[in-house]
Design a protein around this ligand. Structure first.
Ligand SMILES: Nc1nc2c(c(CN[C@H]3C=C[C@H](O)[C@@H]3O)cn2[C@@H]2O[C@H](COP(=O)(O)O)[C@@H](O)[C@H]2O)c(=O)[nH]1
Length: 337
């Protein structure tokens, strides 16, 4: 798949985990978390976005539902703040949900924020208005978001007839092909790094874009992908925190010390790459151990794919915020996650 000389996210995770020295994947927590996820599968709790998300997401019968998912995931990165007082909040929502709330508010006010003909030429003032928070705090990396809208909007107009639907059609129901189209044609989604002289990839926003389509359309229509199971977990800054909490991953004392001091990790640095790569590989190993348990116990259950396991972990942190507080999450300024 994808780009010449670049390891796929799954192979990148394996390669990085093999060489990592700041981050370790530990068997200890593997079994406990796999058991916890298995009981969630049995209780039929393992599914994509919860009601909260649905209440903000426009429904897939919206005429520009596909372009909505695209523009949300073009901007789906870096919501953390240095301190609580500087947090960007919209309608009481923080983080990712603040973005959904802001864009949904714009749609309700008749702003064509899902239309590339509009956002490819959006002005600073118009975007400020759309992303205006409840307090006077701006969304982080505002300027980068403005240029990303101009970049991806122009590409859709120039190459894809002004809609992301053209890309989905070209992918012909293959998640891997759609991922390839996105990372090959939209530079801001090209989430790669150099590690031990090897180009590795995470493609967090490109993979979550594919998975969000799959989820929004319940695996049918614009969300039908025969190879959706090839997507890995989405290497953000929240899921690693949960993996450390469960003892599935551990950080060196030096790294923990940096995170506890709220020091930023440079985008593409060895520590940041190892956190992201080991997270991907840890979820692939988790998926395997869940599969073994299902086989061992001869359970009549489907093995969850990495997107479902990822979403379970991402929600776990929101539902157990207090317990997770003692585990610092890494902060990297960048447009990739
Ligand atoms: N690994 C992974 N990372 C995810 C998501 C989501 C939301 N996804 C679903 C939810 C509803 C929609 O239907 C989407 O499908 C956002 N993020 C990342 O989290 C970070 C923000 O965190 P906080 O500041 O706490 O909101 C930021 O890097 C953002 O990019 C996911 O699912 N998995």
């Amino acid at each position: 798949m994808v780009r010449e000389g670049v390891l796929s996210p799954a192979h990148s995770g394996e390669f990085i985990a093999k060489h990592a020295k700041h981050v370790k994947i530990t068997e200890a927590g593997q079994n406990k978390l796999a058991t916890e996820i298995l009981s969630s599968i049995k209780a039929n709790q393992l599914q994509m976005p919860d009601t909260e998300a649905k209440s903000i997401h426009p429904y897939n019968d919206h005429p520009r539902a596909v372009d909505w998912v695209f523009v949300v995931d073009a901007l789906n990165f870096c919501f953390w703040s240095k301190c609580k007082e500087e947090q960007w909040i919209v309608n009481g929502y923080t983080g990712y949900y603040a973005l959904e709330a802001a864009l949904n508010k714009a749609i309700k006010e008749g702003v064509e924020i899902a239309d590339p003909a509009f956002y490819s030429k959006i002005t600073k003032e118009q975007l400020h208005e759309i992303l205006k928070g409840d307090n006077s705090v701006d969304i982080p990396l505002f300027d980068q978001r403005l240029s990303i809208l101009h970049e991806v909007g122009s590409i859709l107009l120039d190459k894809y007839n002004g809609t992301f639907e053209t890309c989905v059609k070209e992918a012909n129901k293959s998640a891997v092909k759609l991922l390839d189209i996105v990372v090959s044609n939209f530079p801001c989604f090209r989430d790669e790094a150099i590690y031990k002289d090897q180009v590795v990839s995470f493609y967090k926003r490109a993979q979550i874009l594919v998975a969000d389509l799959w989820n929004s359309f319940n695996g049918a229509s614009w969300g039908e992908f025969k190879d959706i199971d090839k997507m890995t977990m989405f290497a953000d800054y929240r899921v690693p925190q949960v993996l450390v909490y469960f003892g599935v991953m551990s950080y060196s004392d030096e790294l923990i010390d940096k995170l506890k001091k709220d020091m930023l990790l440079e985008s593409g640095s060895e520590e940041e790459v190892e956190i992201r790569g080991c997270s991907i590989h840890a979820v692939e190993l988790l998926k395997k151990s869940i599969e073994e348990k299902i086989k061992e116990k001869d359970l009549n259950l489907n093995v969850p794919n990495s997107s479902l396991i990822d979403y379970y972990l991402w929600c776990y942190r929101r539902e157990h915020a207090r317990e997770l507080e003692r585990i610092p999450y890494h902060k990297t300024l960048g447009i990739y996650y």
